[in-house]
Design a binder for this molecule. Structure first.
Ligand code: GLV
Ligand code: MN
Ligand code: MN
Length: 398
């Protein structure tokens, strides 16, 4: 198959022009932002040009559909609020290049997808969760982003959506190429990772509500300070989780909203994100119990009202053996002894898709292990090797 490596890299750089921002190769293209909607319209045109039928589902996920049964390739083109040029974009541009090359060569076509809101402006991998049925549209429509915009409002901004989700029975499997987003391969000889399994995740908002008051006149002993509650919660939680976690377990408070957020006011309310990830579903449940017990205890100590948002999450999943074998065989051809098998600590649309059809993933290294940051990058020669491995696996499979 005559892949055009330069065209693939040019497509990646062109996609970055939608929302290009920040230092290095940064991108700001959150789901349903103007940049995201424009990028999806450009992608749709590209897909049509290689003979695929464009279908935009109710969540805003863009599919390029081949006729008959086909292999589905892709990832997502939305970004984090401050993201890099490769997270998600790589898998979609690799899929596009393979679709173009196969179309030009008259080979059996592949289908392509860019899922919507993988980065969780509204939920956790919202578009593929909706497609897989782990989330329903009525519930999704009520999810809000950090500034209170509802998913229903945001998806209404995207024109040309179908009322129907794509029938997964039309696909024989799904392969998602992605950057590793971690430090494992960087600095080693390996340039490709064939993914064995993807960790699970839980994510919920927690709110402590106390009493707003004057920061000069309110004695420390009389305060019901929401920030002090959060600070106490974080310290106690880190101590308590030590008995439950492994070195691979991670947890993050990544978003904090403090009210009214002013120097001379004892804050009355804090809402923060609590996210935790592990490869073992039982451990995720034990961590949830510790988190809730700790929050309760802190609420009592600081006289806070405590409330929780919905618990969102994805289960840990193993990748499909048959698709993995195709990737391994192709890695043997295109990356010889420079590839490894590895788990994914990031979550991906492939988790949801694996509930519908066989799914697999391959990684290329991330320079300095950085992602979800403007500095995210990968050597272009590694991007090209990953593309070759993916295209080789496709050739083994269709
Ligand atoms: C995906 O972007 C993740 O948060 O792992
Ligand atoms: Mn991603
Ligand atoms: Mn991401």
């Amino acid at each position: 198959m005559p892949l055009d490596h330069q065209r693939f890299l040019d497509s990646l750089h062109h996609l970055r022009s939608f929302g290009a921002s920040g230092v290095g190769k940064g991108v700001v293209r959150p789901a349903f932002s103007a940049a995201d909607i424009d990028a999806r319209a450009w992608l749709a045109d590209q897909l049509r040009a290689c003979g695929l039928t464009v279908h935009v589902d109710p969540a805003g996920s863009v599919f390029g559909l081949a006729e008959g049964k086909s292999l589905l390739l892709g990832s997502h083109t939305d970004s984090q609020p401050e993201g890099g040029w490769l997270d998600g974009a790589l898998g979609v541009m690799a899929a596009l290049e393979i679709a173009k090359a196969r179309f030009e060569d008259g080979l059996a076509p592949v289908s392509v997808v860019s899922f919507q809101d993988e980065e969780g402006r509204f939920g956790v991998t919202t578009g593929s969760s909706l497609w897989s049925g782990t989330l329903d549209l009525v519930s999704a429509d009520t999810l809000t982003d950090q500034s209170g915009v509802a998913f229903a409002e945001a998806r209404a901004l995207m024109e040309g959506k179908s009322a129907e989700f794509v029938d997964p029975a039309r696909f024989s499997g799904f392969i998602e190429m992605h950057i590793e987003q971690g430090p494992v391969m960087d600095g080693t000889a390996d340039v490709v990772g064939v993914v064995s399994d993807i960790v699970g995740i839980r994510d919920m908002k927690i709110t402590f509500e106390g009493q707003q008051n004057h920061a000069g006149t309110t004695p420390m002993a009389l305060r019901r300070d929401a920030f002090q509650a959060l600070s106490g919660f974080n310290t106690l939680l880190n101590e308590r989780l030590r008995n439950v976690v492994t070195p691979q377990t991670v947890w993050t408070i990544g978003h904090v909203s403090l009210h009214p957020n002013a120097s001379s006011i004892v804050p009355s309310k804090v809402t923060f994100s609590m996210q935790w990830r592990d490869g073992d579903a039982d451990r995720l449940a034990r961590m949830e119990a510790v988190i809730r017990e700790t929050a309760n205890e802190i609420a009592q100590i600081h006289e806070m009202k405590l409330s929780y948002g919905p618990l969102l999450g994805l289960e840990p999943v193993a990748m499909d053996k048959h698709l993995r074998t195709a990737l391994q065989e192709s890695a043997d051809e295109h990356a010889q002894d420079r590839w490894r098998t590895m788990p994914s600590g990031a979550l991906h649309d492939a988790t949801n898709v694996s509930a519908l059809i066989p799914a697999a993933m391959l990684f290329v290294p991330s320079i300095n292990g950085i992602s979800h940051a403007f500095e995210e990058d990968t050597d272009e020669s590694d991007l090209v090797t990953g593309l070759d491995v993916l295209a080789g696996a496709v050739a083994h499979l269709v």
